[in-house]
Design a protein around this ligand. Sequence first.
Ligand code: 6CS
Length: 339
Amino acid sequence: MKLFNRKYLGSIVAAAVFAAGLSTAKADNWKYAFEEALTEVQGVYATKFKEEIEKNSDHKVQLYPYGTLGESADIMEQAQAGILQFVDQSPGFTGSLIPEAQIFFVPYLLPTDTKQLNNFFRDSKAIHRDFKKLYAAQNLELLTMFPEGEVVMTTKEELRGPADLNEVKFRVMTNPLLVESYKAFGATPTPLPWGEVYGALQTNIIQGQENPTSFVESTKLYEVTNVITFAGHNNFTTAVMANKEFFDGLSNADKKVVQDATKIAFEYILDYQKGLEKTAIEKIKKAKPGMKVNVLTQEERAPFKASAGIVEAKFIEMTGDSGKAILEQMKADLKAAKN
Ligand code: 6CS
């Protein structure tokens, strides 16, 4: 008995081949490097991103935490060259590649209010339109930027005002505007890659540094400094990018998988950080009861705030019309983020 005619059999075979193709083709391994440990904020974000990609596609994401592929500058080079598909590099280091990214080091530009800050990162045109273009010119698809917590200064000696920073060699990330910012604060800024910070504090080559409290706790920076100072001058911004050629070459479906994973991980990391600062301070106090934690009064903050104008002017001097436009947009975005 003839069960199938030739045409019918042909279409069954074609459907089977198509289905097989759908399930097996294009299962890629994507590499994603970041500047922190797996359990720190960038690592938690990356883990969520990986989970989402792997849940919604056949692709796998291999995570490379800090140190496994080198310093921040190394992973950026690898991402631009297409050796890595994804990279998390903070503007503190990207400033040398994209000068406008230094905008995140104009003191007191970002608010201390978490709701406004999160709204800003979620909706900012400066980030999602203007910076997207600037990163694209460096073969990078900017996926997101997110905050990692209020930046505190940790020093050997008590710090109540700019006079206390006189002759203090203060480590900053490697961007020229941050150097200007700490000059304006009265310190002697010392740009260093992350890997040298603990040792330089231990050997007294430097006497201060700045970072979010959760990072101060996880990296045990409190062991080599004595005072934590909240001056409200900044929040630590980081950015996640894809190699642009790689991203442009993805199917529309895969682009959507990446964009959806980015959005879900963004909301996840904001939520994850609720209460993180408080817990970090508690852990530090437990590990080192003698550690001083000072929250500067508005009066004590005033001389630091007064330097913001000088740093803003330096930023415009360094970046020209492009920087000026992005600064204006950012201020408008920050205003809109208040609602
Ligand atoms: O201070 C730094 O260099 C490091 N700080 C943080 C919060 N993340 C990575 C960066 O390398």
